[in-house]
Design a protein around this ligand. Structure first.
Ligand SMILES: Nc1ncnc2c1ncn2[C@@H]1O[C@H](COP(=O)(O)OP(=O)(O)OP(=O)(O)O)[C@@H](O)[C@H]1O
Length: 239
């Protein structure tokens, strides 16, 4: 369970999260909202990548402010731009990186790395330079590098945004099949079908929290109302 209590955060003098309280326990949770509404910042509080200015985030009872490493062990994070997450020269080395702190033997590391590469269709690429993979393969590698650490919860921040339709579907299918709990940020609303719960963010607040259909209807109505008030020169963010 991830508990947020009165969580607020600002970048400089710009408030981005405003008094958020949530208990996140469902298997599949979606987060949607306009650009700049605070989704990524909220997601980053869930594993201690962002420690909020005020309020608390607890992962299985442990405060991310006091124990960010415990949160990171339980909650894995996948970014939308996989290239920023790939740190090692080869595919296998990149996946193995997350296992370093576990003190496994070389054989145990290799078998865990190969199992996760096999499961995600990358075993034939194990010794290839990671930067030469296709966009879809890089996203799969970023996912594999997090999953190899066996987190309880996976937070994915727009994992299909940079992918073509085929690769987006492959990633979507992979995420749906995971046994882990999933928190998915996305602008692709159809990915949320069958989710247990969807949060709609606007201006740093959770303005709707419910079933996927009702949440997407709420978000669509919000965006329609806003578009009706706007000029083309208003493109951008509202936080
Ligand atoms: N590290 C940072 N430093 C300063 N401002 C930031 C930082 N990260 C985000 N912001 C700003 O905070 C606001 C909220 O950003 P955030 O990324 O949380 O929103 P988002 O809903 O995920 O947006 P998007 O859909 O575009 O990814 C935006 O105005 C953004 O420019």
């Amino acid at each position: 369970m991830i508990e947020l209590r009165d969580v607020s955060h600002a970048y400089g003098d710009r408030p981005v999260l405003r008094g958020i309280g949530l208990d996140l326990a469902e298997h599949r949770i979606g987060i949607i909202g306009a650009n700049g509404s605070g989704k990524s910042t909220l997601a980053r509080t869930l594993n201690g990548l962002v420690v909020p200015d005020s309020g608390t985030v607890r992962v299985d009872g442990r405060d991310t402010r006091r124990d960010p490493r415990a949160a990171r062990r339980r909650v894995g994070f996948v970014f939308s731009d996989a290239s920023t997450q790939i740190l090692m020269p080869t595919v296998a080395e990149d996946v193995a990186l997350g296992l370093r702190r576990l003190g496994l033997t070389a054989d145990a590391t290799r078998s865990r790395v190969d199992a996760v590469l096999d499961r995600h269709g990358l075993l034939d690429h194990r010794d290839h330079p990671a930067h030469l993979l296709s966009g879809g393969q890089k996203q799969m590698l970023a996912l594999a590098s997090v999953l190899v650490t066996q987190p309880d919860v996976l937070v994915c921040d727009e994992p299909t945004t940079l992918l073509d339709m085929h690769n987006a579907r492959v990633i979507e299918r992979t995420l749906r099949a995971l046994p882990q709990r999933l928190v998915l940020l996305t602008h692709q609303l159809d990915m949320l079908q069958g989710f247990d719960r969807v949060l709609v963010m606007d201006g740093g607040r959770v303005v709707f929290d419910g079933a996927p259909d009702a949440a997407t209807a709420h978000y669509t109505a919000l965006m329609d109302a806003r578009a009706a008030d706007m000029e083309p020169s208003d493109l951008g963010e509202r936080a």
